[in-house]
Ligand binder design. Structure first.
Ligand code: SF4
Length: 243
């Protein structure tokens, strides 16, 4: 697996690959672009590009990592994809249970399926798992209620790419919120007041807040490179994590 550029994790572990767009935030999915690149390079796991597929040969990778590591599960996919057999998800959790020295961050836009998986299976969420849902705009706030129904030690929201103001958010039972703007030439702008609204509510409700990046549109509303726009909000780094 790979060390990653994603600021809020340490390594990625992709026991599945590929996905299907289901949400406004999927429009310029980086995983799709990356999958097509790997396909063009002849990577054996990406011969069918971005099509969803399970990768059983990758399952045991975390067992080989002795150093305690924070893994982001499926940076190139969605573990709760409609085509992912629940028996395979069981196998992913078997590995997670056998490696309590690691932390696993599992993020989905398929909150309904994730909720059904845990509630119908009656499986408890291992203590070393952080479960999250993407909430990129007001339209997807219902995912937070679905997440709250699952008894996980850490529940988190990824508001990236943030595409609208979220208004009032019920953060009851939520431990961590990540916010970030979109990158790439076609990126949609993120307004500073939307970010400040989330930050304020995190502070008021005792929730850790992580500001990942501005992306293509800066704090001042000007389009530049992601690097030039940086990761500061009002001159400060906000990089809390719920450890
Ligand atoms: S759910 Fe995630 S991986 Fe799947 S298409 Fe959307 S952004 Fe890409």
């Amino acid at each position: 697996m790979a060390r990653t550029q994603i600021e809020w994790t340490q390594e990625t572990w992709n026991p599945t690959k590929g996905c299907t767009k289901i949400s406004a935030g999927c429009k310029y999915c980086y995983a799709e672009v990356f999958a097509r690149r790997l396909q063009a390079m002849g990577h054996k796991d990406y011969i069918d590009g971005f099509k969803f597929r399970i990768l059983p040969h990758r399952l045991e990778y975390p067992l080989t990592v002795k150093k305690p590591t924070i893994f982001f599960v499926n940076s190139m996919s969605d573990l709760f994809h409609e085509e992912c057999p629940w028996e395979f998800i069981d196998r992913v959790f078997e590995i997670i249970n056998r490696t309590p020295h690691h932390v696993y961050q599992i993020l989905t836009k398929r909150a309904e399926i994730m909720k059904d998986y845990f509630l119908e299976r009656g499986n408890s969420v291992p203590a070393n798992v952080w479960l999250g849902v993407t909430v990129e705009s007001k339209a997807y706030k219902k995912r937070i209620d679905l997440l709250r129904q699952i008894n996980a030690r850490i529940r988190f929201l990824s508001c990236e790419p943030l595409l609208s103001d979220l208004g009032i958010i019920n953060l009851d039972g939520i431990h961590w919120v990540i916010v970030g703007g979109e990158s790439g030439p076609q990126a949609r702008p993120m307004k500073k007041e939307w970010v400040l609204n989330i930050k304020k509510q995190c502070e008021e409700q005792g929730v850790k807040f992580f500001f990942k990046q501005w992306g293509t549109w800066g704090e001042d509303g000007v389009k530049r490179s992601k690097k030039a726009n940086g990761t500061l909000l009002d001159g400060k780094h906000y990089a809390q994590i719920p450890l």
